[in-house]
Design a binder for this molecule. Structure first.
Ligand code: RP5
Length: 175
């Protein structure tokens, strides 16, 4: 059985609709992963235990998503010596700025690589890029992924110049 090198954790199942984008991105790159729910506040013992054991289980990168007083990524980073990527979840009260600040403002010595609010896809890509440092095949796949994005932008630009902005907008609005 292949060992999972990426672990995804979220503070609550209510984060899953957002974090599914991380999962989909890993699946797009054929990367195996594990996913679980752990809370820094509601299941603190389990969260610390998970983080302490992750390295010995072969985990190389942890993606941790949480919203509000979002301490999960930071708590995990305090016990895990490899990269932790934090995903701030958008909240209804403060629009996720609370989550962002809670995750990004770590004290010196305990970094958390923080992506944008709800930027779960980028968390997946960043995790893959970290694995790719030692994996040529993944480097090639990432290169191909970025080439495709590049082509998409160029194709859109040519279309915009050909149609003019009004027709382009009409097409956008009819989508
Ligand atoms: C955080 O509190 C979770 O990560 C979630 O984003 C937020 C709300 O959790 P629920 O009340 O929906 O379980 O710990």
């Amino acid at each position: 059985m292949k060992t999972n090198e990426i672990s995804i954790v979220m503070g609550s199942d209510s984060d899953l609709p957002i974090i599914q984008e991380t999962i989909k991105t890993l699946e797009e790159f054929d990367i195996s992963y594990e996913v679980s729910i752990l809370s820094a506040h509601r299941s603190p013992e389990e969260a610390a235990h998970f983080a302490k054991k992750a390295l010995s289980r072969g985990i190389k990168v942890i993606v941790a998503a949480a919203g509000g007083a979002a301490h999960l990524a930071g708590v995990i980073a305090s016990h895990f010596p490899l990269p932790v990527i934090g995903v701030p979840i958008k909240t209804s009260t403060l629009n996720g700025v609370d989550s962002l600040y809670s995750i990004v403002q770590m004290p010196p010595g305990v970094p958390v690589a923080t992506v944008g609010i709800n930027a779960a896809k980028n968390a997946g890509l960043l995790a893959i890029e970290i694995l790719a440092v030692e994996n040529k095949k993944l480097q090639e796949k990432l290169g191909e992924y970025k080439r495709k994005q590049n082509e998409t932008v160029i194709t859109k630009s040519i279309k915009l110049q050909k149609l003019g902005y009004k027709k382009y907008l009409q097409l956008l609005n009819n989508k």
